[in-house]
Design a protein around this ligand. Structure first.
Ligand SMILES: [Mn+2]
Length: 296
């Protein structure tokens, strides 16, 4: 079986598709500022706002991202991103991500999950029968503690008092090929998830999203939008609109184009000679979930 079909994530981008290279795996996947305040142990919940903008070419079918927010104040939140390379095999990439998230929502009501997002991913993956693959991130909030498990390049940020104090890092095989859960046996499992546990405080804001958000919007921009939008629904929409506007801007030096150049992908040398460089956002489905921590 040709492995590349499910390992490659082919995105529509504003410049030529890059070819795979090996890169050194990141040693550290998380960064987290130390907290000088005592953790909140009281019962908290989230006000949650969500917004999804599908890839411009996938509007009719609603894109290939999928998400879930549990009705009990965002106790469980999940985002999955179907790997678009499956379309080349005549498989709808949305099927796997949607079924995976649907299974997460069913299992989230089941006490056996035991408040462990990795076990939730394990169960949902096992129950998914669609062909395809997806990146996924799951967070579970319990007693003011947020547990996160992520396979691939969906992300989560936490903003406290106007500062970003936590960020997940993407897990990938190489540039543009994220870790992913799949219908095939050879890809990643819940065991490959990065797991984090954080104490949340009243007023903290959680931003979860697919790579369509984080490839197109810088962390500073995310902080700025969140701190100027008190309402979580407005903040989610504003972040999605920002990422969307950058994604179609071929001149914008996006996080994605910066990363591409850092990995050695750029315009040919003769274009550099004329001062040109690889720029542009990345066209993609954009899923944004904003949750604000409040007293239950
Ligand atoms: Mn994506």
């Amino acid at each position: 079986m040709a492995m590349q079909h499910f390992l490659y994530s082919t995105y529509s981008i504003n410049y030529q598709k890059i070819s795979p290279i090996s890169v050194k795996k990141k040693q550290s996947f998380l960064r987290c500022a130390s907290s000088d305040t005592a953790p909140t142990r009281q019962e908290v919940s989230l006000s949650v706002g969500t917004y999804l903008i599908p890839h411009p070419n996938k509007v009719e079918k609603g894109g290939e991202d999928a998400f879930f927010v549990s009705s009990n104040n965002g106790e469980v939140i999940a985002v999955a991103d179907g790997v678009s390379g499956w379309a080349e095999k005549n498989v709808d990439p949305a099927l796997f991500s949607r079924e995976l998230v649907s299974n997460i929502s069913s299992l989230a009501r089941n006490a056996e999950v035991n408040y462990d997002p990795r076990i939730l991913i394990k169960g949902a993956h096992a129950a998914t029968s669609s062909i395809g693959s997806a990146t996924v991130i799951v967070s579970i909030l319990e007693n003011g503690i947020l547990k996160i498990a992520s396979v691939g390049d969906c992300g989560l940020r936490i903003i406290r008092k106007g500062q970003m104090i936590f960020s997940t890092f993407p897990l990938e095989h190489y540039f543009d090929c994220p870790y992913q859960l799949s219908s095939e046996a050879v890809t990643q499992t819940y065991l490959d998830a990065i797991v984090s546990t954080l104490d949340l405080q009243i007023g903290d804001t959680i931003i979860m999203g697919s790579d369509g958000l984080f490839d197109n919007a810088f962390d500073q921009e995310i902080v700025s939008v969140v701190t100027t939008n008190d309402d979580v629904s407005n903040a989610a929409k504003a972040l999605a609109d920002l990422a969307r506007n950058h994604s179609v801007d071929t001149k914008f030096d996006s996080p994605y184009s910066l990363e591409a150049r850092a990995r050695g992908f750029d315009v040919p040398w003769w274009k550099k000679f004329f001062g040109m460089k690889l720029t542009g956002g990345k066209l993609d489905d954009i899923t944004v979930i904003v949750g604000k921590v409040k007293i239950l």
